[in-house]
Design a protein around this ligand. Structure first.
Ligand code: KIV
Length: 288
């Protein structure tokens, strides 16, 4: 590998200085109506490529358990593994002078025991280079989110399909269906916003619900995955949108590699499609 700061597929010729992504900048984007782009990355090189292609938020997701480790779910991912990957991503971005906002996923078992356990685990990921941590679930997590936010740790919550509890949910299926399901998800989301969550991933949630929540949550940016087009931003698992995952792609995923000559071009196409609202489209919804 050559020692260049320009990631594969990006031009090194005219580097344009960019400002680091921050919460105020994401707030500005939201108030201008500009969609926020998020993509997973688990290593230095792909993080640098995603950053150079214009992705604002890089999620070091515990999906790395399936993507990198070959596990059948995210349940087996450990805090030490997350620390390793957050550290790699942060180092890659520093080396490439990247500007993306790094979100580190708190893995299963690293925050459920107590708020203090959550603080210790979040500290590990923040010290490895994360700017924000993500945790799954609503209800009992609200006080954990408040505890972390009060101690200076930005938090992204995650509702809808929460893969760490796939066994309790009975599979990877749409959540928040029906009046009762929608009302519960809505109540949990508003409570998380009140607790100080700055972002909320909504995974496999009906579009009318995620759109309504986005309108009702000005202080917490909704990031959809299989949740339609009405959210403040979108996230995908990088390997899914490059068409290189080990299993079947979820039906809401578009293969952005098609027609592109490089990973950089594919990710740029994803960024452009999220920004202009052409991704996701109705043919890709997950909730029917
Ligand atoms: O771990 C992950 O990649 C995630 C996304 C699917 C949102 O949580």
């Amino acid at each position: 590998m050559s020692d260049t700061t320009a990631p594969y597929g990006a031009s090194a010729a005219t580097p344009t200085p960019r400002k680091p992504v921050s919460l105020p900048r994401l707030n500005d984007m939201r108030s201008r109506g500009e969609k926020i782009t998020m993509l997973t990355a688990y290593d230095a090189t792909f993080a640098a490529v995603a950053d150079a292609a214009g992705v604002e938020c890089i999620l070091v997701g515990d999906s790395l358990g399936m993507v990198c480790q070959g596990l059948s779910s995210t349940v087996g991912v450990t805090l030490d593994t997350m620390r390793y990957h957050v550290d790699s991503v942060a180092r890659g971005l520093r080396r490439a002078q990247g500007t993306a906002w790094i979100i580190g996923d708190l893995p299963f078992g690293s925050y459920q025991e107590s708020r203090e356990q959550a603080l210790r685990s979040a500290t590990v990921l923040m010290q490895a280079g994360a700017h924000m941590v993500k945790l799954e679930g609503g209800g009992w997590t609200t006080e954990t989110v408040r505890f972390l936010v009060e101690r200076g740790i930005p938090v992204c919550a995650h509702l809808g399909l929460t893969p760490q509890t796939v066994h309790a949910l009975g599979g990877y299926r749409v959540q928040g269906r029906g009046d009762a399901g929608a009302a519960q998800l809505r109540q949990e989301a508003l409570a998380l916003q009140d607790a100080g969550a700055a972002m909320l991933v909504l995974e496999m949630v009906p579009e009318p619900l995620s759109t309504a929540l986005t309108q009702d949550m000005p202080r917490c940016h909704t990031i959809g995955i299989g949740a339609g087009n009405g959210t403040a931003g979108q996230v995908l698992v990088m390997h899914d949108m490059l068409g290189v995952n080990l299993g079947k792609n979820p039906k809401f995923v578009r293969n952005f590699m098609q027609g592109q000559g490089s990973v950089h071009a594919a990710i740029s196409a994803y960024v452009a499609a999220v920004k202009d609202g052409s991704f996701p489209d109705n043919a890709l919804h997950a909730w029917s």
